[in-house]
Ligand binder design. Structure first.
Ligand SMILES: C=C(O[C@H]1C=CC=C(C(=O)O)[C@@H]1O)C(=O)O
Length: 485
C-alpha cells in the first residue's frame, strides 16, 4: 500500500478555478495508479443552505438519509445515499466497527479544497441501547451501523462543505471520475431558503395537559409495579439505580411529516442535538436530545452527566424556585451523582486527566430542567473513539448503577425493545474527531405508527406516580410536535 498517498491530504490554497481543476485532475490521475486505493473523497466549499430545506428534498427520495443539527452552535450535517455501511452486533460491536472503519480509512484517498475538521471521510450513524436488537419494530436498524454516504453537506458558522465519496472501480478511467465530480458539484441543490412548513407556526407548545395520553407500554399499573419492585431491589442492595422507560405509539401516515416534526423540535430545542436517521422508506429514527455522550477533538474528550429533572415554571420566579428545588433535592442529587461517579470511574483507564466542576449546574429546556455536570478528559494516546463509546455507554443516566446488576431488570420490566432509543447517535471523521449524543427524547416512525420513548431514573426514594409524570413531561413536546399533522 502506498502510504504517501493515504497520509497526504492535499490542502490547497486555491487561487483560481482553473488551477483548482488542474489539481483535481492530477489527484484523480494519481488515484488510478494506486491499486490499494478503493475509494476517493472530495470536499469543496459550496454556498450555505438551510439543513432542513435540504433534508426535506432528500427525504422525498428513497433510501438512507441522515440529518444532525445543533442549532445554537450553527452546526449541521445532511447526507444521502449509503456508499459503505459498517455494521455489527453483539458484545464486540464497538471494536468490530473500529476495525471496519480502519479498513475504509486506509483504502481511501482524500482531496480537500480547504482545511477543515469536517473535510474528507465522514461516518454517520448510531448504536442500539443493548448489544443486540430484539423485535421486528426496529427492522432495518442494526445494533451498530455507521454509513459513509455518497454525498453530504456539513455546515458550521463559517463554512459550508460538500463532500462526495466514490468507489473507484465504478469508473473506467480518470476522466470519467473527474466529469462525475464536476457534475455533482454543479448539481448541488440551492436550498438557501429556510425550511418553511405552513404548519410550522408556533403553537400552544405543550401537548395539552387535559388531553389523555395515547396508550403506553407499560401501562400505569405495570409501571407502578416495576417502579415499586425496583425500589425493593434497591432496598435489598441489588443495585442502586435503574432507568425505566416507556413507549407510546400513535398512528402515522404522511411521508413528509417527519421533516415538519423535526422542524418543530428544532424551533423548540435550539440547544439540543436534533437528529434523523432514515434506513429505508419505513424506518426513520428521529429526535432532539439534550444529552451528549461524547465529543472528540484532537485527543480531548468532552462528556457530561445529565440526570435529575423537574418541570419549568410558569413565571421566572416559579422557574427559579423549581431550579432551586432541583439543586437541593437529595433524591435528584443522588440520581445525578451515580452518573458523575460512574463516568469518572469508567474514564480512569482511558484518560490521563479528568476535569469536572464540583456542583452540578441546571440545564433548562423548554419543557423541563435537568441537573448537569460537564466533564472533560485528556485521552491517552492509544485510545480510540469506539473504545470510549464502549466504556461510556450506557451511563447511569439511561441505564443503571451498577450496570451489570440493573441491566437484566430493564429487560424484565420494559415490555418493548429500546432499539436505538438511548443509544449513541452521531458522526465521526477520518481522524477521530466527532460527536455522539445519547438518543433520548426520540421516536421511531415505522410506516404505520410513530413510537416515542422516554425514561427516568429510579432511586431509593422514587415514587411511581411522580416518575410517571416525569416521563409524561418528557413525552409531551414530541406528541405536540407530532399531533400538528
Ligand atoms: C432517560 C431519559 O432521561 C435521562 C436524562 C436526563 C434526565 C433523566 C432523569 O432525570 O431521569 C434521565 O436520566 C429520557 O429522557 O428518556
Amino acid at each position: 500500500m502506498d502510504t504517501d498517498l493515504k497520509s497526504t491530504i492535499p490542502v490547497l490554497a486555491l487561487d483560481s478555478a482553473q488551477k483548482a481543476d488542474q489539481h483535481l485532475k492530477e489527484f484523480i490521475k494519481d488515484l488510478f495508479q494506486q491499486p490499494s486505493i478503493q475509494q476517493a473523497v472530495f470536499t469543496f466549499p459550496v454556498d450555505n443552505t438551510d439543513p432542513l430545506s435540504l433534508l426535506s428534498s432528500v427525504y422525498k427520495q428513497e433510501g438512507f438519509c441522515y440529518y444532525w443539527e445543533q442549532p445554537s452552535k450553527q452546526f449541521s450535517i445532511v447526507a444521502g445515499e449509503s456508499l459503505i455501511k459498517l455494521s455489527s452486533a453483539g458484545t464486540d460491536r464497538f471494536s468490530d466497527i473500529q476495525e471496519q472503519q480502519q479498513e475504509v480509512i486506509s483504502s481511501t484517498a482524500t482531496f480537500s479544497a480547504l482545511s477543515h475538521p469536517c473535510a474528507g471521510l465522514m461516518f454517520l450513524g448510531g448504536f442500539s441501547f443493548f448489544d443486540e436488537m430484539q423485535q421486528p419494530l426496529w427492522d432495518s436498524f442494526e445494533a451498530a451501523s455507521l454509513v459513509v454516504p455518497k454525498w453530504l453537506i456539513v455546515q458550521d458558522s463559517e463554512h459550508t462543505l460538500l463532500t462526495l465519496t466514490f468507489h473507484l472501480d465504478t469508473f473506467d478511467n480518470p476522466d470519467e471520475l473527474h466529469q462525475e465530480v464536476i457534475r455533482r458539484i454543479e448539481n448541488v441543490p440551492d436550498k438557501k431558503q429556510s425550511f418553511n412548513s405552513e404548519n410550522n407556526s408556533p403553537r400552544d407548545s405543550e401537548y395539552k395537559n387535559n388531553r389523555s395520553f395515547p396508550e403506553s407500554s407499560p401501562n400505569y399499573k405495570e409501571w407502578e409495579t416495576s417502579v415499586n419492585r425496583s425500589v425493593d431491589f434497591i432496598d435489598e442492595q441489588k443495585f442502586q439505580k435503574i432507568v425505566l422507560a416507556r413507549q407510546i405509539s400513535v398512528p402515522y401516515e404522511s411521508k413528509q411529516s417527519a421533516v415538519r416534526f423535526i422542524s418543530r423540535l428544532r424551533e423548540q430545542y435550539p440547544n439540543c442535538s436534533c437528529f434523523l436517521v432514515r434506513q429505508d422508506e419505513d424506518h426513520t429514527f428521529l429526535g432532539a436530545t439534550p444529552e451528549k455522550l461524547a465529543s472528540f477533538k484532537d485527543g480531548k474528550l468532552f462528556t457530561e452527566a445529565l440526570a435529575g429533572s423537574i418541570q419549568r415554571g410558569q413565571t421566572p420566579e416559579e422557574d427559579s424556585a423549581l431550579a432551586q428545588n432541583l439543586s437541593f433535592s437529595s433524591k435528584n442529587q443522588k440520581e445525578h451523582q451515580f452518573v458523575v461517579r460512574d463516568i469518572e470511574q469508567r474514564l480512569k483507564s482511558l484518560a490521563h486527566t479528568v476535569y469536572r466542576e464540583e456542583q452540578p449546574k441546571v440545564k433548562k429546556l423548554s419543557n423541563v430542567q435537568h441537573l448537569y455536570t460537564p466533564i472533560r478528559a485528556d485521552l491517552k494516546p492509544d485510545v480510540n473513539v469506539m473504545s470510549v463509546l464502549q466504556q461510556l455507554h450506557p451511563t447511569p443516566a439511561v441505564g443503571g448503577y451498577p450496570w451489570e446488576e440493573a441491566a437484566p431488570h430493564i429487560k424484565e420490566f420494559e415490555n418493548f425493545d429500546r432499539g436505538w432509543y438511548a443509544g449513541p447517535i452521531g458522526w465521526l471523521n477520518g481522524s477521530g474527531n466527532g460527536e455522539f449524543a445519547v438518543a433520548i427524547r426520540s421516536g421511531l416512525l415505522n410506516g404505520t405508527h410513530a413510537h416515542f420513548f422516554a425514561g427516568c431514573g429510579i432511586v431509593a426514594d422514587s415514587d411511581a406516580q411522580s416518575e410517571w409524570e416525569e416521563t409524561n413531561l418528557k413525552l409531551r413536546p414530541m406528541l405536540s410536535a407530532f399531533e400538528y399533522d
